[in-house]
Ligand binder design. Structure first.
Ligand SMILES: C[S@@+](CC[C@H](N)C(=O)[O-])C[C@H]1O[C@@H](n2cnc3c(N)ncnc32)[C@H](O)[C@@H]1O
Length: 243
């Protein structure tokens, strides 16, 4: 039996996806408002930064993995134009449904696919850009997911991983206090579910830091990987190029 992390807990690998699904089923309806509250709106700036770095062009084909309620897919859909394509994917039906509905409310018909990032239902070399924002942390076999992201990119295509990372040492104490004391309380008040937000704080601590994730991306086949620290490392954007 193989084991993995679910936050600070060690669980059977086969159990992690089910537990993660439980977290996102529970938070889906309040996901967007919680993102704004928890990050004081900063998640919008982090995503805007990722979209700016992506520099998507008209006609590009973009795959947004673990896209949830669709913030990145929405921004990319505005940029690729009529000739381009954006596909929004997620493993969780409740999250994907909200993403699709938000896009439809804006008058954008974006194809969606309910799928596991570890087994993508797309042909090899079919996208110019793949993005995954705040999703990799939740995946059971991150190496497998990164290999799949690499596979579906065309040579020269880029992977953008936006994810919580390791905060600079002087901020670590304050960040821990916020994550473990304040965050679960906000979660409890807004969603009635403190546990999911405790999982969020714990899952960030067990996620590979900037250098470890860079090494994993290189192992997955990305020839060049740039790391951009945001908010003193609270979040990092990794950009990998498929050579
Ligand atoms: C924190 S949300 C991020 C949503 C969105 N990308 C954003 O930045 O707002 C994480 C998402 O990852 C999805 N997820 C978790 N494991 C996954 C997997 N193995 N494959 C695809 N999506 C996954 C969850 O269902 C959830 O919607």
């Amino acid at each position: 039996m193989s084991e993995t992390h679910f936050g600070f807990e060690t669980v059977d690998e086969r159990d992690k996806a089910r537990r993660v699904r439980g977290v996102f089923d529970s938070v889906a309806s309040r996901y967007d408002v919680m993102n704004d509250l928890m990050s004081l709106g900063l998640h919008r700036a982090w995503k805007a930064y990722a979209v700016a770095v992506a520099a998507v062009r008209e006609g590009d084909k973009v795959l947004d993995i673990a896209g949830g309620t669709g913030d990145l897919a929405r921004a990319f859909a505005r940029q690729v134009g009529e000739r381009g394509l954006v596909v929004l994917t997620d493993i969780n039906e409740a999250m994907l449904r909200r993403g699709r509905d938000r896009l439809l409310d804006e008058g954008r018909l974006v194809p969606t696919a309910l799928c596991d990032a570890e087994a993508l239902p797309f042909a090899t070399a079919s996208f110019d850009l793949v993005s995954v924002a705040f999703g990799l942390r939740n995946m059971t076999h991150k190496e497998r997911a990164l290999a799949e992201m690499h596979r579906v990119l065309r040579p020269g295509g880029r992977l953008l991983v936006l994810e919580f990372s390791k905060v600079a040492a002087p901020l670590a104490k304050a960040y821990d206090w916020y994550s473990f004391k304040v965050l679960p309380q906000i979660g409890r008040l807004v969603t009635g579910d403190a546990d999911s937000y405790r999982y969020l704080a714990e899952s960030i601590r067990v996620h590979p830091d900037q250098q470890a994730l860079k090494a994993m991306m290189k192992d997955a086949g990305f020839g060049h990987v740039d790391v951009h620290n945001l908010a003193a490392g609270v979040v990092a954007l990794h950009v990998g190029i498929k050579v």
